[in-house]
Design a binder for this molecule. Structure first.
Ligand SMILES: *Cc1c(COP(=O)(O)O)cnc(C)c1O
Length: 392
């Protein structure tokens, strides 16, 4: 069959569901367990000799629909849905690393990914090096005989630094490392890491994929072999399995992902340009602006710049506090990818797991403000920011 467009696949997925009653929307299988016809069937399912569901921690039809959609969108063989984005991050590292292995991680990461790598993995005898992944020489210098995995995100949360996926994918392949990219900020509609030789792609589905601010969830996409390992080890035995109800909501959210991403990108571009021209703004970090070093990746690695902007205002930390207290439409809350525009202060909020020294090394200044541009009218968002600037 002719390859369909992403926006079509977001709605239909690879396997058209035939409901016995003709329901248009695939039903929610809110069931913890599944009946076997007889003892032999139960045994055959446990032995993997017969396909079919057993128990929702091991698999569920509603969850499967989400996994199939994401695997198709990321152009990867398979996917595993998880209870949270951190469930996806932890499953992807714990399934493949063991005592004595070495992980090369980006020095700037989502705060809890950083905390997992910096504080938890070393407790299990896994070595971690944090490097500036914009610099190939720094990545090369981190390589050790026991290096097993490379982990990064792009654009980097919160300051929107863009990494060169082709460079990282090639480096990982040359050195036999499993490469993992957190693609939360882009979604598969704007960036497909697989095209650059990346092995595993993860998402916090809490953000754009669900897109309605009412679920926490995650997804890992990869080869059949990698996903089978994740499902049969960490997901089965540690248990960060998604709830079928949450999977159902994300299946619904995905149907509008395409138009939501278009609007998020369009409005973020307007807000970024407004901020860049503002006399009280020191610096804006948004790859859609020509002034941003990541701009050269737009149109090739990434289709558009996404919906998140970081900026520094001129003045003291308390001016920044006053500013985020003064916005009204822009809601003071962490998370991103929701219909509501959300504004937050990474140093004291999402990136507080970092020490100040670690944060500065990761390029996250104390005055940085992050805004996730929502689906409201861009003019209204800008007016709200303008009012807040008048308060400082
Ligand atoms: C939010 C986020 C996560 C963690 O996802 P949860 O769903 O909150 O567990 C991981 N990576 C990035 C880039 C994120 O923005």
């Amino acid at each position: 069959m002719k390859k369909l467009h992403d926006q079509t696949n977001c709605i239909h997925g690879p396997n058209h569901f035939e409901d016995p009653h003709g329901a248009l929307t695939a039903p929610l299988y809110q069931s913890s367990t599944f009946k076997f016809a007889n003892a032999a069937q139960g045994a055959a399912r446990f032995a993997g000799e017969e396909a079919g569901y057993i128990y929702t921690r091991l698999g569920n039809p509603t969850t499967r629909e989400l996994e199939e959609k994401l695997a198709q969108l990321e152009e990867m063989e398979d996917a595993a849905a998880t209870a949270t984005g951190m469930g996806a991050v932890s499953a992807s590292v714990l399934s493949f690393l063991q005592q004595g292995d070495h992980l090369i991680a980006s020095s700037a990461l989502y705060g809890c990914s950083f905390a997992l790598f910096a504080h938890m993995l070393p407790k299990f005898g896994i070595e971690v090096s944090f490097v500036d992944m914009t610099d190939l020489d720094a990545v090369k210098a981190a390589l050790k005989p026991n290096s097993k995995m490379l982990f990064a995100e792009t654009p980097i949360n919160p300051n929107m630094t863009v990494l060169d996926l082709a460079m990282l994918g090639q480096f990982a392949q040359q050195h036999g490392l499993i490469s993992v990219i957190d693609n939360t900020f882009m979604t598969p509609l704007l960036q497909k890491p697989k095209h650059f030789g990346i092995d595993i792609v993860i998402h916090s589905a809490t953000k754009y994929l669900n897109g309605h601010g009412d679920v926490v969830a995650g997804v890992v996409c990869g080869s059949k072999e990698h996903i089978e390992t994740i499902k049969l080890t960490v997901l089965k035995d540690i248990g960060a399995t998604i709830s079928p109800h949450d999977a159902w909501l994300i299946n619904r959210g995905l149907k509008t992902l395409h138009i939501r991403m278009e609007r998020h990108c369009e409005s973020a571009q307007k807000v970024a340009q407004y901020l860049e021209s503002h006399s009280k703004v020191e610096r804006v970090y948004y790859p859609g602006l020509e002034s941003h070093p990541g701009h050269r990746f737009i149109g090739n690695q990434m289709k558009a710049a996404g919906g998140v902007i970081a900026f520094e205002i001129k003045g003291t930390l308390s001016d920044g506090e006053q500013f985020i207290n003064a916005t009204e439409l822009c809601t003071l809350a962490v998370s991103l990818g929701d219909p509501e525009t959300l504004i937050q202060h990474p140093a004291s909020m999402t990136h507080s797991p970092y020490t100040q020294e670690e944060r500065l090394a990761a390029g996250i200044s104390d005055g940085l403000i992050r805004i996730s541009v929502g689906l409201e009218a861009a003019e209204d968002i800008i007016e709200d920011l303008e009012k807040a600037f008048l308060c400082i």
